[in-house]
Design a protein around this ligand. Sequence first.
Ligand code: ZN
Length: 374
Amino acid sequence: MSDPVLVFDVHLDLSMNALEWNRDLRWTREQLRRWEQFMKDKVDRGNGTVCFPEMRRGGVGLCVATQIGRYSPYFHRLPGWNSPEQAWAQTQGQLAWYHEMIDAGELVQIRTRAELDKHLELWRNSPPCDDGTPYVVESRRQIEKRPIGFILSLEGADSIVTLKHLERSYESGLRALGPAHYGPGVYAHGTDASGPLPAKGKDLLKEMERLGIILDVTHLCDECFWDALDCYQGPLWASHQNCRTLAPWNRQFADDQIRAVIERGGVLGMAFDAIMMVPGWRHLKSKPADFQLKIERICDHIDHICQIAGNAKHVGIGTDLDGGYGTEQTPMDLDSIADLQKLPALLRGRGYSHDDVEGIMWKNFVDFIRRAWE
Ligand SMILES: [Zn+2]
């Protein structure tokens, strides 16, 4: 296999996997699967696709990694912590795990433009091989030791007890925040919920704008989406967000929402969760084979966004892999995050130029961040 194209995956729940699934992401995929072989506590046991060795093998040298801790009102049907304070403590445990992985040389945190540029140089611009091939730059052993860069984000803002907690989070390196997740939220309502943006959400957005935290509009219900765009004038993206017209469900964005993100200079990250890729997926019932689902299906979503934009600069990768599901809910030809390397050839086959492909695989989101962190 030729050396991988760099991939920037803007949505991975790494710390959730470490602390809630008890996955040591330094293990190989095979070790993790063997360990979970007989576990029944979660539907995706033994089906994981993400770990550090697979990320390196697949050229995923940079990612946006989440903290996530939801609060669930008394006797609500969705699981969550019984208080925002507990949810906050959960996210702080997740932060501690990221710090341990930094100390172990597995990860490096990216908080500034200088850190971003330095990290990209490590993954892209080492001396070329004799034949001039880019990326094939070091021995496999050295690639295996490269730290993976991560930018910290928060999925769902329930854990932000007060705006002071948001400021503390920024000091910890939090650079992007999606106010909503599933269902009703303290600051914003999410997937399968409805209602306008609460006053607390408006205050949160103002403080995010002041601090320079990117707004992640993914998961916002339609009403909150439009309210958030009105209230917030800073940089915004949709980290893991496919097209409603191709997979009808409120979790995906309608065309006018996609257009609005593009008009604000935003980028949408393509998710590889089957439920977001095809129409009619029935949760915990459907199988990828029922739809003959392959990675290529994501190219339809990419094409759709590029048609709305009139160019290929507003779409990137935000896989959400191992975000509570595994291979039971991914394309049949995706058995590892490293299989993202199949995407460039698929895009080239559809007529995307070399620059377009690089843009989609990593550069569109990097350019967005460079602008946001100017
Ligand atoms: Zn999500």
